[in-house]
Design a protein around this ligand. Structure first.
Ligand SMILES: C[S@@+](CC[C@H](N)C(=O)[O-])C[C@H]1O[C@@H](n2cnc3c(N)ncnc32)[C@H](O)[C@@H]1O
Ligand code: SF4
Length: 371
């Protein structure tokens, strides 16, 4: 039985989420789901940083910091939070307040080949191009890079057990290849669990696959939030057939230490696609080639909150998802939000996207029949 240790979280003491912010700064948080602080890149120190130390102090005093609200929300729904997964990963037997860098979550790049409807110019260069952001606007969102800030130059990786790459699309970026190469040369890679969030549309190079093979364990999390035309609408301008081909080829060809997962972002726009996603996962990627079970995780898309749907759509979703075990927390959330007022802000957002792209969410997404 997994212990919850009240509010204690190993990530606060052992992990850092780190993302470049313009040329000289970094965004810092204990994990990618917590609120972040922007710090000077050159002087950042994991052990002494004021923001991280402040969070550590709050946790030690028994508080539930608001910076970690996503975890508290997931736990209220009875769903496994990131915090609980971290307790499991670190194999913790009791709360431990020692500060020691063991896990890094890095947004390896901002470059992305897609502009998914739920995403934004903060995480996707293609979104920034679509919105024609100028230099000042890019600077305002932390995406004006005039020189490289190599955030890992001064990091000590000796005690690191886990590195997760996010993005942008991490498979479009060479920095993570260089980092893995460096860790391999230092004979550290063999001790580290490496994972990626990827959109599944880019097939990795032989060079990177060879580095993955040399890690302790490796996991690819695919962000698949719909299938067929709904996938192509949400993950614009991705191609579903090509993505399926990539996923199935990876399952067949990757070395046996490589495992898989689905990371599914759920919102009002794709709630009705969830049974298709689950069925595809079950039929095709429930395990890797060796039979090791894949993960199936989901998270909320706050800017497309499910609570804004009509009651009719919510009842339909409950019917479709009720019998799917990993969606138990999701069904509980829909049930708790049955009386929330319908709000069409997300509809306006998709209409705006459609006008720019010449797409049609009403015909591509199942939720369209309710509008
Ligand atoms: C920003 S992406 C970067 C990695 C990679 N490009 C991908 O799509 O997997 C990381 C994860 O964030 C999710 N995501 C993007 N926008 C989101 C939002 N507004 N709310 C919740 N999750 C979001 C994506 O679906 C993906 O699983
Ligand atoms: S692929 Fe990932 S980073 Fe790129 S737009 Fe989609 S969610 Fe954002």
């Amino acid at each position: 039985m997994l212990k919850s240790y009240n509010n204690w979280c190993p990530e606060i003491y052992r992990s850092v989420f780190i993302d470049r912010h313009n040329s000289d700064q970094v965004k810092i948080a204990p994990c990618c789901q917590a609120s972040y602080s922007i710090e000077p890149a050159e002087t950042f120190d994991f052990a002494t940083n004021d923001y991280l130390q402040g969070l550590r102090k709050k946790i030690a005093q028994g508080e539930k910091p608001k910076e970690c609200n996503l975890c508290w929300k997931m736990e209220e729904l009875g769903h496994k939070s990131r915090r609980k997964s971290a307790i499991e990963f670190f194999n913790t037997t009791e709360p431990d307040y020692e500060v020691k860098l063991e896990s890094i979550d890095n947004s390896a790049t901002w470059a992305c080949n897609l502009s998914c409807v739920i995403c934004s110019p903060v995480n996707s260069s293609t979104w920034a191009t679509e919105l024609k952001l100028d230099k000042q606007q890019l600077k305002n969102i932390g995406r004006r890079f005039q020189k490289d800030n190599n955030i890992f130059e001064n990091f000590d990786f000796t005690s690191v057990k886990k590195i997760h790459f996010n993005g942008g699309e991490p498979l479009l970026n060479d920095h993570q290849v260089e980092l893995l190469h460096r860790l391999d040369e230092q004979d550290l890679l063999k001790n580290i669990f490496i994972s990626y969030n990827t959109n599944g549309t880019i097939y990795p190079s032989d060079k990177i696959i060879d580095l993955w093979r040399r890690s302790k364990l490796f996991k690819l999390y695919f962000s698949i939030e719909a299938v067929g035309s709904a996938f192509e609408y949400i993950r614009y301008p991705g191609n579903w057939a090509q993505t399926v081909d990539n996923l199935l080829t990876l399952k067949q060809k990757l070395p046996s230490n490589i495992m898989f997962g689905f990371n599914v972002a759920v919102g009002a726009h794709n709630l009705l696609e969830m049974d298709d996603v689950w069925n595809w996962f079950n039929d095709n990627l429930k395990t890797n080639r060796e039979g090791d079970a894949s993960d199936f995780c989901w998270q909320f898309v706050d800017n497309f909150d499910i609570k804004h749907l009509s009651r009719e759509a919510k009842y339909f979703a409950i019917d479709c998802l009720n019998s799917i075990e990993p969606f138990r927390g999701l069904v509980k959330y829909i049930q708790s939000a049955l009386d929330d007022t319908k709000n069409d802000k997300w509809v306006k957002d998709l209409n705006l996207i459609d006008r720019r792209r010449g797409t049609s969410w009403r015909t591509s997404l199942k939720i369209g029949k309710y509008y």
